[in-house]
Ligand binder design. Sequence first.
Ligand SMILES: NC(=O)c1ccc[n+]([C@@H]2O[C@H](COP(=O)([O-])OP(=O)(O)OC[C@H]3O[C@@H](n4cnc5c(N)ncnc54)[C@H](OP(=O)(O)O)[C@@H]3O)[C@@H](O)[C@H]2O)c1
Length: 298
Amino acid sequence: MLRRKMAALTLETKLKMPSGYEIPQLGFGVWQTPARDAQDVVTTALATGYRHIDSAAAYRNESGCAASILSSSLPRSSIFFTSKVPTTGISYNGAKAQVAKTLSVTGLDYIDLMLLHAPYGGSAGRKGAWKALVEAVEEGKVRSIGVSNYGVHHLDELETHIKELEEERGGKGMGGVLSVGQWEIHPWCARRDIIEWCAKRGVVVEAYSPLVRGERWGEKVLKGLAAKYGKSEAQVLVRWSLQRGLVPLPKSVTPGRIKENSEVFDFELTEGEMDELETEEYDPVCWDPTTSPLDNRR
Ligand SMILES: NC(=O)c1ccc[n+]([C@@H]2O[C@H](COP(=O)([O-])OP(=O)(O)OC[C@H]3O[C@@H](n4cnc5c(N)ncnc54)[C@H](OP(=O)(O)O)[C@@H]3O)[C@@H](O)[C@H]2O)c1
């Protein structure tokens, strides 16, 4: 199980990815943040100290996020921007086109992290989309690449695809490097199998819906820990994620909550409390493509 010592955790903590680049451990999600609000919301997040913005083509707010990044007085290199190839584009041509489109609509020179949003497109589609991301890294358009919502069977398949691409493209490293995976992870959906798969390979694990989209407020253990530490239940959940070594991506459009979700570095859950909070339930609150079969062509 991944654990981090409190001393190492601050708002500035970064994790090293297999690509060699670093990723700020506390991220900021923008799914369902309206395009017209994205610039202001991201500007608030940057002013609060977040340096990692998680967007996607499907969120239709990449350009607002980028407008904030580009108009900020912070150096571009200090801000980490993620986008994702949509489920309808999981193919060589689809991923190639999406990288070009994201660069074009954002005006960014490069994308820090590009993920395949879900393991759709069938085996050939996934392999082609991955190859397009590998080429985008080689062309300097994208720095690190990864996947989202892949089950262990999709991850094993990706490893095979990487080996095949190495053979087809001229050797070691030519199949690309899996740096990050993103999944719904919280105490009611802990995904231990996937975390173990990634830990063995040094793949950074991002946790989406880390606040369980607000659906678990008032749960006994969570409420008790919040009272014990004088923190909100949201702060306890973000802290749980960070202490598990994950990269949580809490989302909010509310300035007070954006700040609250970042104020999680002045307390530490004990190992016993970490375990007590984590349940045996498998209860995702979002979609769950991890269970889709390998031949799913959607
Ligand atoms: N790869 C994928 O398939 C995938 C899927 C889902 C999400 N994600 C990423 O993960 C991010 C986070 O996930 P999510 O948006 O599903 O859910 P979340 O972060 O678990 O929860 C967001 C909800 O909680 C509310 N909230 C935020 N802070 C709060 C606080 N301190 N107290 C009370 N309520 C609070 C927000 O309301 P307000 O905004 O109104 O403040 C919003 O309704 C997304 O934005 C996206 O970047 C990725």
